[in-house]
Design a protein around this ligand. Structure first.
Ligand SMILES: [Zn+2]
Length: 621
């Protein structure tokens, strides 16, 4: 499906030093330490190691009529070896003109198109070229962009648009060197229609103005996948002096209430691993089509409205995105093969924040649910994709978004914590973030740093290389001690044995206990029992998206038809891939369910972002 990178043959002469990714995960050569500089990102066609962007300035107009963004980007470049070609990533962009800092035209051409990576844009530069301005427009194929009609928003009066840059989508709305191995600062002037407010992963306006032009600055260097923009009928409300929420006006109060602990979370995180380096931590709640739970765009996390449960029960997602302010945004995986360095650390950090705020018993529920998801995934996932360090060349980096990076990464760090003790672990992590801040890192560098600073001489006994380079879970994986789920498990036994809900005492249950209950109902649960639960606890019409998602999966297995109309509504409204993928996969297993799913998908697909419909297209084909 994915074409090999043919451009190498064509442009090898200018890109020779960046044309091959050095695969470093050779476990037979464990002592070799390969540093970041010699490792190249195989998901960019740019020459970011030779001529690199220092700063990008965007001057853009967001046009909702044509559903296009047009304008220009000016890159300030760093060209130490006086190379004559500056190569950028583009995908589905229309390039109009290229000029230097004095307005002189610069010649440009395109390399060969790669289906996965796009088309390299090659600009001829010379030793006097300091800035390169590219006038361009997005197209209706730009994968980063989601344009929503007013009816798809909560307020229904204004349209909405947002970008999703991770992993390799920024190149579809900005011609840029789109590698996580590069760090740049950026600024922007953005023009939007009257009555709308743009916000970015930058210092943001808090109120609308009359000019409809807004300026942004991001002075901390970030990888290009973290450049982000959202435009809608947005209002801001602060939570404390450095945290706040952007949302459509009719959702704002409930969002502020849901995220009331955000300020405390930032303080708890700082206490664990050092100062918060991004000034503000705000969250924007997007329309339901947003394909992820959250995206850690710096200064402004993008979040799905499916975490607004009314009882603050799903705020671990905010802790997760906040933790990315250290792991991911401050210290960044240099290639997508090292994605676990972003996500495994973040899950570990997220659970430490949750523990600081809500206690160990609560957090162990999150850890056990994570462990169960990981176990389920290990059954079906290709063993080649079960290693922490991946070989993603030729594959879409989004395919690395499995529980391996997140949960196996988490348990790896928890295993080290168990071995060295919490105090040493925390000291190590604090130093790790501070020593590598605003830098990128690969797995091998991390392992060398780990050995030198924490586990000297224990690499073998801790089975570090098995964790990182082998599939599955090593036998020193920590065991989760989750007391609160023991009651849930006896409740399941009792329900199945007595066939009555009389003994179910659920009033104290959190969302996580409900998830554990529903997920662990045996496959023998029949439609009558499902009906009994549904009538007593209104599960099909729950306002909690996490509960709904597992309930629908269970309903598919039990062919519990009364849930299907609710599931249909959910699938048409919600675009979060984490929910959609298992539901559609489960539906696709039975012919009559698959026909039903295809019918629903006819109405739902246009409400999904590219990231989601790309996945679901595959499942239902
Ligand atoms: Zn994450």
């Amino acid at each position: 499906m994915i074409k090999k990178i043919a451009y190498l043959i064509v442009f090898g002469f200018i890109m020779c030093s960046c044309s091959q990714e050095k695969d470093t995960n050779d476990s037979n050569n464990k002592t070799e330490i390969i540093m970041n500089n010699s490792i190249l990102d195989s998901h960019t066609l740019s020459n970011y190691k030779e001529v690199s962007i220092d700063h990008s300035h965007l001057n853009l107009t967001v046009d909702f009529n044509s559903k296009l963004i047009h304008g220009s980007v000016t890159h300030t470049i760093n060209n130490p070896n006086k190379d004559s070609v500056f190569i950028l990533d583009t995908k589905y962009l229309s390039i109009e003109a290229v000029s230097d800092q004095d307005g002189n035209k610069l010649d440009f051409s395109y390399g060969e198109k790669d289906d996965l990576l796009g088309v390299p844009l090659m600009v001829l530069v010379n030793s006097n070229t300091k800035k390169v301005t590219i006038a361009y427009s997005t197209t209706n194929k730009s994968e980063a962009l989601d344009w929503l009609n007013a009816e798809q928003t909560s307020g229904k009066d204004f349209p909405f648009m947002y970008t999703q840059g991770q992993s390799i989508f920024t190149r579809s709305w900005i011609p840029i060197q789109d590698s996580p191995g590069l760090r740049i600062t950026y600024s922007a002037d953005v023009t939007v229609p009257a009555g709308m407010l743009p916000v970015m992963s930058a210092a943001n306006p808090q109120i609308k103005n009359n000019t409809n032009v807004y300026s942004f600055e991001m002075n901390q260097p970030i990888p290009p996948y973290l450049i982000a923009l959202a435009v809608g009928d947005l209002q801001f409300k602060q939570i404390d002096y450095r945290t706040g929420v952007y949302a459509e006006p009719n959702m704002l109060e409930s969002c502020v209430d849901e995220f009331a602990d955000m300020g405390k979370m930032v303080s708890a995180a700082e206490e664990l691993y050092g100062e918060y380096d991004w000034e503000r931590f705000d969250v924007i709640v997007l329309p339901p089509s947003f394909p992820f739970g959250g995206m850690e765009n710096p200064k402004l996390t993008f979040a799905t409205p499916t975490i607004i449960a009314g009882d603050r029960s799903l705020v671990s997602l905010i802790a997760h995105e906040l933790a990315h302010s250290w792991s991911g945004n401050l210290v960044t995986n240099a290639t997508w093969n090292d994605f676990w360095l972003n996500e495994g650390f973040t899950v570990y950090f997220e659970r430490r924040i949750m523990e600081a705020l809500y206690g160990k018993d609560y957090t162990e529920m999150l850890a056990l649910l994570g462990y169960q998801d990981l176990q389920e995934e290990l059954v079906t996932l290709d063993p080649k994709m079960q290693t922490l360090k991946l070989k993603m060349k030729g594959m879409h980096p989004d395919d690395a978004m499995s529980d391996i990076a997140y949960e196996k990464g988490y348990f790896f760090l928890r295993m080290i914590e168990n071995s060295v003790g919490r105090e040493l672990m925390d000291g190590f992590l604090k130093k790790y973030f501070s020593d590598h801040k605003f830098q990128t890192i690969v797995t091998e560098e991390f392992l060398a740093y780990l050995e030198a600073n924490l586990i000297n001489g224990k690499r073998e006994s801790l089975k570090i290389d098995d964790w990182v380079y082998q599939p599955g879970l090593p036998d020193n994986c920590p065991v989760v001690d989750c007391k609160r789920f023991i009651n849930v498990e006896s409740a399941i036994d009792d329900f199945m044995l007595t066939n009555t809900i009389a003994n179910l005492t659920t009033t104290e249950w959190s969302t996580h206990e409900w998830i554990h209950f529903i997920k662990n109902l045996p496959d023998t649960v029949n439609s009558n029992q499902m009906l009994m639960l549904d009538e007593a606890f209104n599960l099909s019409s729950s306002g909690n998206s996490e509960i709904l998602a597992v309930w629908f999966e269970r309903s598919i297995v039990s062919n519990y038809q009364p849930a299907f109309p609710y599931m249909r509504k959910f699938l048409i409204k919600v675009g979060r891939r984490k929910f959609l993928q298992p539901i559609y996969e489960s539906l696709a297993k039975r012919e009559d369910h698959k026909i039903w799913a295809k019918d629903v998908y006819k109405y739902a697909r246009s409400n999904y972002h590219y990231v989601s419909f790309n996945t679901i297209d595959e499942i239902l084909k």
